[in-house]
Design a protein around this ligand. Structure first.
Ligand SMILES: [Zn+2]
Ligand SMILES: [Zn+2]
Length: 144
């Protein structure tokens, strides 16, 4: 099996893009990490990249299916796509913006069955649950 960095190089090359230093940095910031906002990526990049190049790189990565966007309220976070991570979904907290990955065979089987029952050939799907994490829900109860 090829390494994530080789896989990245192949995807970029297949689309006529080279593996520049900034693409390499953004990719490695996301590798094996929690989903991040553009701002968090910028902070982690530690002045190696400016915001504009992070935006550009993330936009290209989204277009090429290298990363996916998780929307929480009016914000979004970026994570590596299913090519690089195990297929999963998220519970996202609207208050503290925590993202909890969920991975359930029952959910996948249910989605496959739904598609089949409707004579539909599924290619991909997104399941996102937005709400409050335990600690934010507790805080709200206290505040009220
Ligand atoms: Zn929370
Ligand atoms: Zn799924």
């Amino acid at each position: 099996m090829s390494t994530p960095n080789t896989e990245l190089a192949i995807i970029l090359r297949n689309h006529g893009f080279s593996r520049t230093k900034q693409r390499h940095i953004v990719f490695n910031l996301l590798l094996n990490r929690e989903p991040m906002t553009i701002n968090e990526l910028y902070k982690h990049a530690d002045k190696q990249l400016d915001r504009a190049s992070i935006y550009r790189t993330v936009a290209l990565f989204e277009e090429l299916g290298i990363v996916s966007r998780i929307t929480i309220g009016w914000k979004y976070k970026i994570e590596l796509s299913d090519i690089f991570t195990e297929h999963h979904h998220h519970l996202s907290c609207r208050m503290c913006h925590a993202i909890i990955p969920i991975n359930k065979d029952e959910l996948e089987q249910f989605i496959a069955r739904l598609a089949k029952e409707n004579h539909f050939t599924p290619l991909e799907h997104q399941v996102e649950i937005q709400g409050y994490c335990q600690s934010c829900a507790d805080k709200q109860t206290v505040a009220n």
